[in-house]
Design a protein around this ligand. Structure first.
Ligand SMILES: Cc1cc2nc3c(=O)[nH]c(=O)nc-3n(C[C@H](O)[C@H](O)[C@H](O)COP(=O)(O)OP(=O)(O)OC[C@H]3O[C@@H](n4cnc5c(N)ncnc54)[C@H](O)[C@@H]3O)c2cc1C
Length: 286
């Protein structure tokens, strides 16, 4: 069957969007902020097919900051998220990953759904923040709605099928502090060479009770740094030994080479990133 001509559809509901994404013979692409899609040409990719613009679907851009959880619609932009989470120490990792990255124009357009659905984007700041915050991802497909952990989403996102939409991110709230740190080669608006998000709970005597640390940019897909996490439990936050401890666990990573930086360099940055993150947490929990 011949390809259909390029088209733009603008559904008014998630159900209509799923219907638009199903049953076509040529390529069908959901479009959120379009900040990744618009650069297809510069990545040597062809940009064609039917584009399903998600921007007219009500509720997909909402943020709800409740006592027990934060719920963020997939179409919420980086800017809206950063503003919505400001002042909530437990959510600082995501506030920083959305508010201190890219540039103001991109932050007003790029969405959380578009960010985490871009499987080829190894340097996302949002993905490690969501991993460290134990976020869950709501998915809608022709079979219904389901919720999966961020780790499960990352391992299956390439195979989810085309009539699948991320509709919401749900993050549990805890009495914790979190942060996000990143290192770029040249300037703040660049993609990070490596980044790290951390979330901890601390006992009254300043020992670390729980720790979640996630690293992005180093490998093709962000992941939790489990050896380092385990080594942190029971340590006193004031000890200041985080660079040394982190250095013992860098062999959990196999750095990716690309034109931005060699893999070994990305791995070597991790102790400095850990040190930066834990200095921040030491202050923010004081
Ligand atoms: C100059 C510049 C600098 C940047 N710097 C950073 C940075 O440092 N850190 C960072 O994290 N990000 C950064 N970004 C943003 C990042 O690179 C992506 O462009 C952005 O996150 C994509 O979001 P979007 O809403 O524009 O997605 P789109 O471009 O609309 O879509 C991206 C992909 O996701 C799919 N998709 C979108 N929404 C959904 C959905 N709800 N369900 C299923 N599939 C969906 C699309 O089909 C497409 O495949 C930067 C962008 C630019 C242009």
């Amino acid at each position: 069957m011949a390809d259909l001509p390029n088209r733009l559809e603008r559904p008014l509901s998630v159900a209509a969007a799923i219907a638009a994404l199903s049953g076509k013979t040529n390529k069908v692409v959901p479009v959120a902020g379009a900040t990744w899609i618009m650069r297809a040409g510069s990545r040597g990719e062809k940009i064609d097919g039917t584009f399903v613009d998600l921007s007219a679907i009500p509720d997909l851009s909402d943020i709800d900051v409740a006592k027990d959880k934060v719920s963020i619609g997939a179409m919420a932009t980086q800017d809206v998220i950063a503003k919505g989470l400001a002042g909530h120490a437990d959510m600082a990792a995501l506030m920083m990953a959305t508010g201190y990255t890219a540039n103001p124009a991109i932050r007003r357009a790029a969405t959380i759904g578009g960010n985490i659905c871009t499987a080829d984007f190894a340097a996302s700041d949002i993905v490690p923040a969501l991993l460290a915050l134990d976020a869950e991802v709501e998915i809608v497909s022709p079979d219904g709605t389901s919720l999966m952990s961020m780790a499960e989403f990352l391992s299956t996102r390439r195979s989810l099928g085309r009539a699948v939409l991320v509709t919401r991110i749900v993050i549990p709230r805890r009495l914790q502090a979190s942060t996000h740190s990143r290192i770029t080669l040249r300037k703040a608006g660049d993609y990070p060479v490596a980044n790290l998000s951390a979330a901890i709970t601390v006992a009254e005597d300043r020992t670390i009770r729980t720790a979640a640390v996630a690293v992005g940019g180093v490998e093709p897909v962000a992941k939790r740094w489990t050896g380092f996490e385990n080594a942190l439990i029971g340590r006193n936050l004031e000890s200041g030994e985080f660079r040394e401890i982190a250095g013992n666990y860098t062999d959990e990573f196999e750095g990716r080479d690309d034109t931005g930086a060699p893999g070994w360099y990305r791995v070597r940055l991790l102790p400095a990133l850990a040190d930066r993150a834990f200095r921040f947490l030491t202050k923010s929990t004081a």
